[in-house]
Structure formats: structure tokens, C-alpha cells
Design a binder for this molecule. Structure first.
Ligand SMILES: [Zn+2]
Length: 484
């Protein structure tokens, strides 16, 4: 089946594989519902299917199931939700309407669809790996059991499905040539993930999430501020370029959270958002508002609507299509930003969009919700610390007060200013740090206890976007709905 040298497109599954599928169906535990991408349809197609079809068609299984029709006319789309409890299936009607708008907004953004029938497969449980995996005519979206019922999570973190949906166009239909290998034995190259994932994060997790109403304008700006601040304070930027995080992606995806500040992570997701936002504002400015990145998406991802096909691209083709929409030195634009070792994040898009990154003592709503979900406290831009709810240090940002005090990942904070550690006491200590002239942390360092003194008096500090009235509000224009 994996015959080397034969293009996977031309490898057909034979009827001999059919009994395996039947056996898999019969051996599932009693009481579980199994859903495949159009189960009956795929079973029929399997008789003569290309190998890539079942490889690209995931299965979800769960005890409780709900089907939500999003669009009934062709190309239809629906949501198949499985969960560990019946209550977890309670996605509110208002959110369903926003997911319906997501499908319409995506069609308006790209101008064509490349699926015949799209399934959002959703699994909500605590015991599974939480992530999203893109496919041509479906996506597998796994999240916490309360992801569709907790109002804070629904308000701030509804961008998983839009992100995976965008991959149907950006990643599946348009795919980097270096990721489109002849067969499944050839290693793929990651060099274009700043388009594959960076542009998907911008279009899916930012633009379409806002245009569909899944995240409102205020929270969209909080989300952007969090991304921008995270990158602005990342010390690894001075030795590792963004392109290097892209090239090293297969390792960075699996890298631990500890020491991420110095090592960098899969930064092409958040930094891709900032860079494609900047590209969007440049097109808007240089064409006097007559063109935008939407026009690039029409050109690059649009074409003829129909079933799944793959159209590969290279760096030069991305540059050439951008130039068709708006003549500019796009080659230098990308190379400079991809290879930069500047300590600062590329904030040009936020600034050209009419906003600036600022810090106040008021919580950032997106950070607050994420901290609750991850059971952690993110004090990166105040004292430079990311810490688990139980006091275990996850990361220490270079050059910050916690770094100066010699705190390090793996240590456990036991007490704050002589009282037993909890997240509320840490927050209170930061808040009153100007009066107390610093913070004392008692830490357990591999069975040895020591008290570390933080030289800090800056109080609480969280990132936000501040409107710059001297410039037009392009960011809000970008996030406005387009579909009629
Ligand atoms: Zn992705």
C-alpha cells in the first residue's frame, strides 16, 4: 500500500480492505457511537478510493452525540459533537448561529469552496489530547468537556473550529510544494509553515472568528494584545529567527513548556497573525482601501468551487500573487521578517491598524480565561513568571525580576511573603509590591528550600490594545463581517 515511488494519488484501496473496516466497526465497545466522515458514503467509496481519502477522513467516537446542521444546501456543512456527558453537548443557539455565519464568512473571504460536504467533528472530554487536526472535508476538534457550555470559554476561545476550517483552503487545497510529498515515506519540509499555519491563524483564529461574531471586537483586541505581548517579551528572538522556528517545527511542537522563553516555541502561529495583519494593512494603505488581503485570498485560495484537490505553491508564488493584488517588494518584506533577530515583536500591523500595545493593571480577559482553563498564572509581563496553580514554575523570562532572583523552571513556590502559596496571594503580592519593596518567594529547589527576593515594585501589568485616533481604525474594518 505504501509502495515507494508511486504517487499516493494513484494508489487505490481494494475491496480486500473492506473486511478490516467491518471488523473495526464490530469491535468497538458497547454503547459508543462512531462517526466517520459520511460513514455510509465513505464505505461505498472505499471500494475504489484513493488512499488519501481514508487517510484524510478521521473518526470520532463518544457515548453522547449531537448533530448540528449548519448549511443544508450544497456544499452542506454540519457539526458532529461527541462528549463524555449529555450536558456538554449544550452548545447555545446563539453560538450555533455564529458557526453558521462562520461558513458564510469563509465563503465570502475565499470566493470558492473546495469541499463537497464539510463535517466539523468535535470531541469534548477531559481525557483526550486537546487540539485540532485539519482535513480537506472535515476537521477533528478536541477540547475540554465544558468548551461548549462555559460562557467565558465560549466568548474568548471559540477560534479552534474557524482555524481548522480555514485549513480546507489554506493547507489542504493550497499546500506548500515542500509539504506535498510523492508518498507517505518521504519526509516533508516545514519551511512554509508561516503560510500554512501563520496565515491560517490570522484568517481563522483572528479574522473569521471576529467576522462570524464568535469573538466580539473587544475580546478580539484582547486576544491580539496577548499574542503581541507574548512575542514582545520572548527573549529567544535574539538568537532564533522565526524561519528557524518554522524549520524546526517538528521538534518544537513536542517541546515542553519549560524554558520556552529562551528556546522559542511554534511562534509562527502568533507571529504569523502579526505579520499577515501587517501585510493586510499595507495592501489597504497602498491601494487607498480598494484592495485587502481578502483579494489575495480570492486569487490564491479561490478558483473553481468543487471537491477536494491539491494545488501546490512555493515562496515565489506567494510573493507573485501578493504583487498581483498590490505591487510591493513582498519578497524583501517576508525575508526580512522571517530572518529577523530583533528583540522586538513585529507590531507594524497593529500600529498601522490604528492601535498600539499598552499595559495596565487591569486583567486581560483572554489571559484570565486561559489561565483558568490551564490551571496556571501568567505574570509574564510583570515579574516575568508563568507558574502552575500548585506553585510549580513553568517558565522564567530572561532579564525579568524572577530571572534576577534565580528562579527557574521546575522549582516549586511554597510561600509568598511568608504565607502558603496560592495564585491569589501571588497576585496580591505583585499588586502591593511598590509598598512592600519587592516580593519574597520561599521555593523548593529539588528538595532544598531557599528564600528568593524579587526586586520588583511595578504592580500588576497586563497587555491591551489602545486606540490611536491619529490613524484610521483599519483593524476594526478588517474584523467587520463581509457575508451578505
Ligand atoms: Zn493549523
Amino acid at each position: 500500500m505504501f509502495a515507494p515511488g508511486y504517487h499516493r494519488k494513484f494508489i487505490l484501496l481494494s475491496i480486500l480492505f473492506w473486511p478490516l473496516l467491518v471488523r473495526a466497526e464490530n469491535s468497538r465497545p458497547a454503547g459508543l457511537i462512531t462517526l466517520t466522515l459520511n460513514a455510509t458514503e465513505i464505505s461505498r467509496q472505499l471500494l475504489h478510493a484513493q488512499l488519501s481519502l481514508p487517510v484524510d477522513s478521521p473518526v470520532v467516537t463518544g457515548k453522547y452525540y449531537r448533530n448540528v446542521k449548519l448549511v443544508e444546501s450544497a456544499p452542506a456543512s454540519e457539526m458532529d459533537i461527541v462528549a463524555d456527558s449529555p450536558d456538554a453537548l449544550g452548545l447555545p443557539a446563539e453560538k450555533i448561529a455564529q458557526y453558521q455565519r462562520l461558513v458564510a464568512e469563509a465563503a465570502a473571504l475565499f470566493g470558492a469552496t473546495h469541499y463537497l460536504h464539510y463535517h466539523f467533528l468535535v470531541a469534548l472530554a477531559e481525557t483526550i489530547f486537546h487540539d485540532g487536526i485539519e482535513h480537506h472535508e472535515s476537521s477533528l476538534n478536541t477540547a475540554t468537556e465544558n468548551a461548549f457550555t462555559d460562557k467565558d470559554l465560549l466568548a474568548t476561545e471559540s477560534d479552534l473550529l474557524p482555524h481548522e476550517f480555514v485549513h480546507s483552503w489554506n493547507g489542504k487545497y493550497r499546500r506548500p510544494a515542500s509539504l506535498t510529498t510523492l508518498d507517505f515515506q518521504k519526509p516533508m519540509l516545514d519551511d512554509m509553515l508561516w503560510v500554512y499555519e501563520g496565515l491560517t491563524e490570522y484568517l481563522g483564529s483572528c479574522v473569521l472568528t471576529a467576522r462570524s461574531g464568535l469573538r466580539n471586537g473587544v475580546l478580539s483586541r484582547e486576544w491580539l494584545a496577548e499574542r503581541a505581548a507574548q512575542l514582545e517579551h520572548r527573549s529567544g528572538r535574539t538568537w532564533r529567527s522565526l524561519q528557524d522556528t518554522v524549520d524546526y517545527a517538528s521538534r518544537l511542537y513536542a517541546a515542553p513548556r519549560e524554558w520556552e522563553d529562551r528556546r522559542r516555541g511554534v511562534d509562527f502561529y502568533p507571529e504569523g497573525v502579526l505579520l499577515w495583519l501587517e501585510a493586510d494593512t499595507i495592501i489597504r494603505q497602498r491601494t487607498g482601501g480598494s484592495k485587502s488581503l481578502d483579494d489575495f485570498c480570492h486569487l490564491f485560495h479561490g478558483g473553481q468551487s468543487g471537491g477536494p484537490t491539491v494545488k501546490t505553491y512555493t515562496f515565489d508564488e506567494v510573493v507573485s500573487d501578493l504583487n498581483q493584488v498590490c505591487p510591493f517588494d513582498w519578497g524583501s518584506f517576508w525575508l526580512q521578517r522571517l530572518n529577523s533577530r530583533s528583540p522586538h515583536a513585529p507590531l507594524g500591523g497593529i500600529e498601522a491598524g490604528g492601535w498600539s500595545l499598552t499595559y495596565t493593571d487591569q486583567p486581560n480577559e483572554v489571559i484570565k480565561t486561559r489561565d483558568k482553563r490551564e490551571k496556571q498564572t501568567d505574570e509574564s509581563v510583570s515579574i516575568g513568571l508563568l507558574v502552575k496553580e500548585d506553585g510549580t514554575v513553568l517558565d522564567v523570562l530572561a532579564g525579568t525580576p524572577v530571572d534576577g532572583a534565580k528562579l527557574a523552571p521546575g522549582m516549586k513556590i511554597v510561600a509568598v511573603n511568608s504565607r502558603t502559596y496560592n495564585p491569589e496571594r501571588l497576585e496580591e503580592a505583585i499588586k502591593t509590591s511598590a509598598q512592600t519593596r519587592g516580593i519574597d518567594l520561599l521555593v523548593n529547589n529539588s528538595d532544598y528550600f531557599e528564600t528568593l527576593h524579587l526586586n520588583y515594585g511595578g504592580g500588576l501589568r497586563f497587555p491591551h490594545l489602545l486606540r490611536n485616533s491619529a490613524k484610521p481604525d483599519l483593524l476594526s474594518e478588517i474584523l467587520e463581517p463581509r457575508a451578505r
